[in-house]
Design a protein around this ligand. Structure first.
Ligand SMILES: *Cc1c(COP(=O)(O)O)cnc(C)c1O
Length: 455
C-alpha cells in the first residue's frame, strides 16, 4: 500500500475532493459519520464537482485531440443514471448514450435534449424504437438485420428519415474479464466485419429510404488500459469506411469508438488519463485515414465508468465479525457489512476487486488479513476477498469502498428483499439525496393479490 494514512487512504482510488479530516473520511466537506447518521447505510456518496470535472475533462480532451474532427462524448447511462445526473451531463454539455426505454425515460424526465441522445441495445423493442424516433434522438445504433427492417419500418410510419449507425464487431478481445469483453466474434452484439455481415448490413441500410447511414460504431469492452485495442478497432472500422467510399463514392461522416476506459480500483493503480489516451487515439485515426486517403470523420466516444466510477464511495456499517480457522492453523477474519451483492454485484459477477477504508476513525491496531462480506444468504456474497484491515474493526464502524460509482447502484437488485441504497450528492460541505433509499413499502408495492380471471 503506497499510503497507510488511516490504514488505507489512497487518493488515487478516491474522488478528487476526498481527504482524511479530524481522523475520518471526508468527501467534499461532508464527514463519513455525519453522512451515515443523517442518511443511513449502505449509502452511495457521489462527489458532484468531481463528476462534472471528469465529464468535462473527457469533453475537452476529445476537442483538443480531434480538433475539427471531434464528435461527441456520450456518457454511457447504464454505468449510473438518475434525473439529477442527467442534468449534470446536460450542464457539462456532453451527450448521453442509452440502451433501454427506461434509461431514455430518465433522460427525458431530466429534459435532456433528445438531439444529444444516442440509442443502443441488441434487442430494442418496437415501443423503444418508436419512442426514440418520436422524441427525435440524434441516432439509433443498429445491432441486427431484423432491426434494420424494424427501424426502417417505424421511421417510415412516422414519416421521418432516421439517422443510424451500425454497431460492428472488429474481432478483438479487450484485455479484461471475459464477461465484459464484447468485440470478439462470439458475442451477441453487432455485425461481424470479418464474416462479411457488416458489409451486408451496410448494403441493406442503403436500400432503406427511411434510414440515413451516418457511420460505424464499436465498443470493444470495459476497464481497458492502453490504446492497443482501440487502435485495432479504429483501423478496422476505418478500413470499412474506405470500402464504403470506394463503393458508394461518398464518405460516411461519423466514427464512434465506444467506451471502456479503465479506472483505478486498488491503491497503486491509475485511471486512464483522457488527454493521453485520446491524443494517442487521434494519431491512430489520422494515420489510418491517411493510409486510405480518407477525410477524417467526426470521432465520438462513450465513457461511462471513467466518468462516474471514481466519483462515488459506498459507505457500509459493520454488523458482525468472526474468525474462521483455516487449514494449516491460519485464521481468516470475516467482516460483515449491511449491504453486499445487492448493491455491488461486480465481485461476484466479474471477480472485480475493491479497496476498503475504515472511514469513521483512525486506528493504530495491527492490520490483519480480512474478508469483507455482505449480509446476503449466499457464500459468494463477498465484497473484498482479501484485504488487510485494522484488527479492532467491529460493530458500528463505517467502511468506505471507493470507486463504486459505475455498475454499482445501476446493477443493484432486491435480492433477499433488501431495499436498494440511497444516492447522496455531496458538494461544498452540503449533502442531498438524489436517489432516495428504497423502503419495505416500495418492496411490497408490486405484490398484488387478485382473483384469477378467464384467459
Ligand atoms: C457499456 C457501454 C459503454 C460504457 O462502457 P464503460 O466501460 O462504462 O466506459 C459505452 N458504449 C456501449 C455501447 C456500451 O455498451
Amino acid at each position: 500500500m503506497p499510503s497507510s494514512d488511516n490504514s488505507g487512504f489512497a487518493p488515487e482510488v478516491f474522488s478528487t475532493n476526498s481527504a482524511i479530516e479530524n481522523n475520518e473520511l471526508n468527501v467534499a466537506g461532508c464527514s463519513a459519520t455525519r453522512l451515515a447518521s443523517e442518511f443511513g447505510t449502505p449509502l452511495f456518496v457521489i462527489d458532484e464537482d468531481d463528476f462534472k470535472l471528469r465529464a468535462a475533462s473527457w469533453k475537452s480532451a476529445l476537442e483538443k485531440s480531434f480538433a475539427l474532427h471531434a464528435g461527441t462524448v456520450f456518457y454511457a447511462a447504464k454505468s449510473f443514471i438518475s434525473v439529477e445526473v442527467a442534468k449534470w451531463i446536460n450542464e457539462v454539455g456532453i451527450g448521453l448514450d442509452v440502451c433501454t426505454g427506461g434509461e431514455l425515460a430518465v433522460a427525458l424526465a431530466a429534459d435532456f435534449p433528445a438531439d444529444r441522445i444516442e440509442v443502443h441495445g441488441n434487442n430494442k423493442s418496437e415501443i423503444e424504437i418508436r419512442r426514440a424516433i418520436e422524441v427525435g434522438v440524434r441516432a439509433i445504433v443498429i445491432d441486427s438485420f431484423q432491426e434494420i427492417e424494424r427501424v426502417a419500418r417505424i421511421a417510415a410510419e412516422l414519416g421521418t428519415i432516421q439517422k443510424v449507425l451500425l454497431r460492428l464487431t472488429p474481432g478483438i478481445e479487450a484485455h479484461t474479464h471475459e464477461f465484459i469483453a464484447t468485440a470478439h466474434e462470439d458475442v451477441k452484439f453487432g455485425f461481424s466485419i470479418a464474416s462479411g455481415s457488416a458489409w451486408k448490413a451496410v448494403e441493406h441500410v442503403e436500400e432503406q429510404d427511411s434510414l440515413r447511414l451516418a457511420g460505424f460504431h464499436c465498443h470493444i469492452g470495459s476497464q481497458i488500459f492502453g490504446i492497443e485495442g482501440f487502435s485495432i478497432a479504429a483501423a478496422r472500422l476505418i478500413e470499412l469506411l474506405a470500402k464504403y467510399r470506394n463503393h458508394f463514392d461518398r464518405q460516411l461522416p461519423e466514427l464512434d469508438l465506444g467506451g471502456g476506459y479503465g479506472i483505478a480500483y486498488l491503491p497503486g493503480e491509475e485511471s486512464e488519463d483522457p488527454h493521453g489516451v485520446l491524443a494517442a487515439l487521434s494519431q491512430v485515426v489520422n494515420d489510418e485515414c491517411a493510409k486510405h486517403s480518407l477525410n477524417i470523420p467526426f470521432v465520438s466516444i462513450e465513457p461511462g465508468r471513467a466518468i462516474v466510477g471514481p466519483t462515488t464511495i459506498t459507505l457500509y456499517q459493520v454488523g458482525t465479525t468472526k474468525s474462521v480457522e483455516l487449514d494449516g492453523g491460519l485464521t481468516r477474519r470475516y467482516i460483515a457489512v449491511d449491504g453486499g451483492m445487492s448493491d455491488n454485484i461486480r465481485p461476484a459477477l466479474y471477480a472485480a476487486e475493491y479497496h476498503a477504508l475504515l472511514a469513521n476513525r483512525r486506528s493504530s491496531a495491527d492490520l490483519v488479513s480480512s474478508r469483507l462480506v455482505g449480509k446476503h444468504c449466499e457464500s459468494g456474497d463477498i465484497i473484498i476477498r482479501e484485504i488487510d484491515l485494522p484488527e479492532d474493526i467491529g460493530p458500528g464502524d463505517l467502511l468506505a469502498i471507493p470507486a463504486t460509482g459505475a455498475y454499482g447502484r445501476s446493477m443493484a437488485s432486491n435480492y433477499n428483499h433488501v431495499p436498494r441504497p440511497a444516492v447522496v450528492a455531496v458538494k461544498g460541505g452540503k449533502a442531498r439525496t438524489i436517489v432516495r433509499r428504497e423502503t419495505e413499502k416500495d418492496l411490497l408495492a408490486l405484490d398484488v393479490v387478485e382473483p384469477a380471471r378467464e384467459n
